[in-house]
Design a protein. Sequence first.
Lengths: 259, 227
Amino acid sequence: MKTNARKYPFGAVAALLGLVAVPIQAAALHVAVAANFLGPLQNLAPLFERASGNQLIISSSSSGQLYTQIKQGAPFAVFLSADLDKPQRLESEGLTVPGSRFVYAVGALVLWSPKPGLVDSAGKVLQAQQYRFIAIANPQTAPYGTAAQQVLTKLGLWEPLNRNRKLVTGENINQAWQFAASGNVDLAFVALSQVLGADGTIAGSSWLVPQTLYDRIEQAGVIIAHTSEQAAAQVFMNWLRTDPAALSAIRSAGYQTAN
Amino acid sequence: MGSADLIALWISFRLAATTTLLLLLLCTPLAWWLAMGASRWRVLVDAVVSLPLVLPPTVLGFYLLILLGPAGSLGGVLQRLGLPAPAFSFSGLVIGSMLYSLPFAVQPLRDAFQSVGARALEAAATLRASPWNRFFTVAVPLASRGILTAVVLSFAHTLGEFGVVLMIGGNIPGRTQTASIALFDHTEALEYGAAYRLSATLVAICFALLLIVYTANRRLRATGLPA
């Protein structure tokens, strides 16, 4: 484990740079979070610290990578996945605390363009195919990519768009967003959480895709069995599931909650 | 810039310095053997040394994780012996970075030693210089350019490394989160301001370091050290 001697040089540098020393942690809780929920979790962290006195130490990556790391014994106490599948797998492999799994956020899919007036509120722009490119996240690996594929398939556009090479695939949902935000594609299927502003409006133009066109994008979290931070993890998961302030922060970030 | 970013920068520079130092210690004898040795196995070793360039970094990190994690084959054995498994710790980052930057250290060193050639060393030997003496007073000054290249490439390559350290380190702030990962996190969280500040800092520091190294190198050569 870390010794004082090993921590010392970095403390010295921090002091040299005139930084306030890192406060002594009441209880550190290591949370692994899927990249798409990193921003919202960073906003939740100070709320939780105030409510419980526990400090969140957040590690972020793709859900698949985090799953692999947890299987290899990564020191995470809580895993907040971008999907349902990976927490379920960890559960069936006996790597989670039984009964700890729950859906902490439900994502919503949006067809979005940074240009005002391009996307109509019924999504008719898709059928017209007047655009050069449309970006989606990788359907094989990203839940929002899978959802976008389902929508396009239901609308009968998956085949023609593929045939006409109009689909651009981002490695994850952020890349799909970046393709559109940078103006390299006209349209993108993105997460509501990416485009919802602090004031509750969406810049550019958008179509909130009806839930009937794709399977619910449920994001589940679990407590990891091998953690030494069980108690703090339980407190955090209860707080995330039930605390009104937490739930309202999740909703204003563009997700639905079960409660 | 937030304190988390400064800590990530500190971890990055500590990692790059450690990796470069260890690579220099390890790769100098290896490169010497590749340049001067007579073994038939040299071709094979040459090829193996270049292999880290072939695999995508995350894949390389994945295999290292499987090997070095607490649940991995080697990591598990270490843990049963009461030693910490290297994955998800600074030592894991060092191992991953050394492997990933190996060709960047070995190849310039090997080429530099090759260009020194046997002739100068034999001349020194006829003047009764011992093997160590020959190495440090003849080979090292003549190869100084290649050594510098190896140092700079290993250091810079480790600083910019992402896939391997993300996979084997687990992106734990204060422990294994390097500047390049913190930078990626900022872009993932759509915090472009913070991302710009961190990348500008990283680039500025590296530019200053490189400038110092190259200026010092020119001065050294100008003052009559053999180049």
